[in-house]
Structure formats: structure tokens, C-alpha cells
Write a protein that binds this ligand. Structure first.
Ligand code: APR
Length: 255
């Protein structure tokens, strides 16, 4: 593995424009279960594919709202792990680093990453069902006892500002992600199964555009086949090791 990390560091050291594409695996070591892991406790009886939909929400708004409250509680209690922090540290080493994440937990920003594209939105933000009013935080409806709360502007039901199954991704985030994939010279992919489009197509676009693709995952995923280097292991261990070697490589000391 050390040789592969050295090889990956050498490739990244030459990089001018890096995209870091992340999925649920990068937050696993922060205690947040990946999306496809079985739900635990009370929520084990519910199917996320049912709950994370507009139909599911309208069928039972209080239930789905409480599910998001449960997940928000996990996110609020979570701290960035060494993998998140290593990704944030890349900004001190390379000229341009953008994180494109499928995660809704906001942990990249908490870790210090300053340019984050949230493809699937954020559990920390809310909008009204009509989507006329967006960007609310929990402080904006802290005075409401009703579950779910209502939009402070129009009175419509509020919902998390996340992409539900069957919904389109935010256009500005998606178009920026495609542009980055086609113009970056390296893409570091961390903790995604590569199971969900359109995010899963980004490494293929990057590879086709001539970028080096490096994949970090605890097990082989759909991205490994398109990556130049596959670093098998937890992001919380592989990424700090990679960044440590990259610091040396970027000074040209690797020989
Ligand atoms: N470090 C790196 N990778 C890990 C770790 C870890 N510590 N733990 C798990 N993984 C890997 C798993 O092997 C798996 O390949 O992370 C990946 C997580 O895959 P998914 O659970 O499918 O999550 P993700 O790829 O982010 O799903 C994409 O699908 O369900 C929708 O909107 C949801 O954003 C999600 C999207």
C-alpha cells in the first residue's frame, strides 16, 4: 500500500486543479452510517427509499420529519474524522481543491474545506414544499412547536433541503460538478459505491478528459475500474497517509 500511496502522491503533486468526490464512506468514521447500511433501532423498520421521497413525506409528514430529526441529531453530534481533515489540508498543498460531495452532513465544511459542492443538498438547511423559500436553518423555526414546522415566509410545510429519490439535483451544483470533472487534472474519489447517478459518472468524465483518477474505498467499488490507482482502506487512515507523503512530494523531496 505504501508504494501505491507514494505513486498517488507523485501524481497529485503535479496537479493544478483537484476534485475530491466523496460519498457516505468518508463520514463512516465520524459515526454516520453509510446510506446503504441497515438502519438501526426504531428506524430499522422503515425503508429509506420510501422515506426520502416527496410522496413518502406527504404520506406521513411527522414521521419523515422525525426521521430527519434523528439523522440530524447524528450529524450534529458528529465530528469530522481524520479523512475529512486530510481533505481540508489539501488546500494548503495544492493550488485548487474543490470537494464535490454526495453527503448531506456538512462535515467537509466543519473540517475546514472552503469550496464544497453539495450535489444532494444539506440536512442542515430547509426549504418550503413549494421551494419558493430556501436556505432556512433550524433557528428560523425554533419558535414553532408543530411537527413538521411551516415556512416562516409563506406558511407552507417545511422540508429538509436534500435531494429525494426521484428528484433532480440542484442545477447549479450539478453543472459545476460536470465542469470540474471535465477540466480537473486529478480526481480523488473517496467512500462512494458509485451506485447512484449522476454523481457516479463524474470519475468516468474526469478519466475521459485526461485526469488521473485515484479511488479510496474499504472495498472495491464501481469506480475502481476507471481509476488509475485504487487505495484500499478506510479514508480516515489512507487520506492522512496520502497527504503526509504529498507534503513531501510537493516539495520535490520524493526523488
Ligand atoms: N472509508 C472509505 N470508504 C468507506 C468507508 C471508509 N471508512 N466505509 C465504507 N466505505 C465505502 C463502502 O465500501 C461503500 O462503497 O463507502 C461506500 C458507501 O457507499 P454508499 O453507502 O452507496 O454511499 P454513497 O456512495 O455515498 O451513495 C450515493 O446514494 O443513496 C443515495 O443519496 C444517497 O448520497 C447517497 C448516494
Amino acid at each position: 500500500m505504501q508504494n501505491q500511496i507514494q505513486a498517488a502522491a507523485r501524481r497529485l503533486a503535479e496537479c493544478r486543479k483537484l476534485v475530491v468526490l466523496t460519498g457516505a464512506g468518508v463520514s463512516k468514521e465520524s459515526g454516520i452510517p453509510t446510506f446503504r447500511e441497515a438502519q438501526e433501532g426504531l428506524w430499522a423498520q422503515y425503508d429509506p427509499m420510501e422515506m426520502a421521497t416527496q410522496e413518502g413525506y406527504l404520506r406521513n409528514p411527522p414521521l419523515v420529519w422525525r426521521w430527519y430529526e434523528y439523522r440530524f441529531g447524528m450529524v450534529e453530534a458528529a465530528q469530522p474524522n481524520p479523512g475529512h481533515r486530510a481533505i481540508a489540508d489539501l488546500e494548503q498543498i495544492l493550488p485548487q481543491v474543490t470537494v464535490v460531495t454526495q453527503n448531506i452532513d456538512g462535515l467537509h465544511q466543519v473540517a475546514g474545506s472552503t469550496d464544497v459542492v453539495e450535489l444532494h443538498g444539506s440536512i442542515r438547511r430547509f426549504k418550503c414544499l413549494s421551494e419558493r423559500h430556501t436556505g432556512f436553518t433550524r433557528a428560523d423555526f425554533a419558535d414553532q412547536a408543530e411537527i413538521p414546522p411551516h415556512c416562516p415566509r409563506c406558511g407552507d410545510l417545511l422540508r429538509p433541503e436534500v435531494v429525494w429519490f426521484g428528484e433532480n439535483l440542484p442545477m447549479d451544483a450539478l453543472s459545476r460538478a460536470f465542469d470540474l470533472a471535465e477540466t480537473c487534472d486529478a480526481m480523488l474519489v473517496v467512500g462512494t459505491s458509485g451506485a447512484v447517478q449522476p454523481a457516479a459518472s463524474l470519475p468516468f468524465l474526469a478519466r475521459r478528459a485526461g485526469a488521473v483518477v485515484i479511488d479510496v474505498n474499504t472495498e472495491r467499488d464501481e469506480i475502481a475500474c476507471v481509476s488509475h490507482i485504487f487505495l484500499q482502506g478506510p479514508g480516515g487512515e489512507v487520506l492522512p497517509a496520502l497527504v503526509a507523503v504529498l507534503r513531501v512530494a510537493s516539495r520535490g523531496d520524493l526523488g
